[in-house]
Design a protein. Sequence first.
Length: 217
Amino acid sequence: MVKKISVFISFLTAGLAVFFFGESMLVWIQSFGQQYLLLTAIVATALALFPIIPYPIIGGILGAAFGPVTGSLVTWIGSSSASILMFILIRYAYQDYGLSLINRYQTTAKITLLFEQNAFMTIFLTRLIPIIPSILVNAYSALSRVKTSHYIIASSLGKVPSMILFATVGNAVFQEPASLILIGIAYFIFLIFVYAGHRGWQRWTRKNKRNASLEKQ
């Protein structure tokens, strides 16, 4: 109980700090971010952990401030660090409660089992779609039995394209607005390739399972 209360108070305190000083943090990034790369990454992590200001806006500002390459890197570090931190804290304090709640109902237990069996690809793919709330993926993964290493790798890799997208769009808005159309087309093509790759991976997995089942017989 102590660790649950401690984590809750820590989240609440940090959340209130971002709520009251979020705009000031944003102004600071715009004014001094380029001079303090590490501190900017820490501020980006706080803003990603508590998205009072939508993180795509943060990524766009970082892209405009640092350029598409460094901006993408700082945006990715902030978002990935926030997700990992939230995952670790929720798992440390609330996994036992979460598992008891999930397993209370047969439907949620089955869904969670399927999720755990395909956790890496599921987390990776959900990260590729920016409209899926990050906090839901963080919390559900932490409350399940997904391996921490699998979560960190899949989540961090899956965030790469969208973070590059946010920073590149932010840079393009100020430097070359016409390139936004090409960026949108490129990202759409990328998602098609990801979907095709996922379908191929599913077919390969089913084929291997069938072969394994036949060998046992």
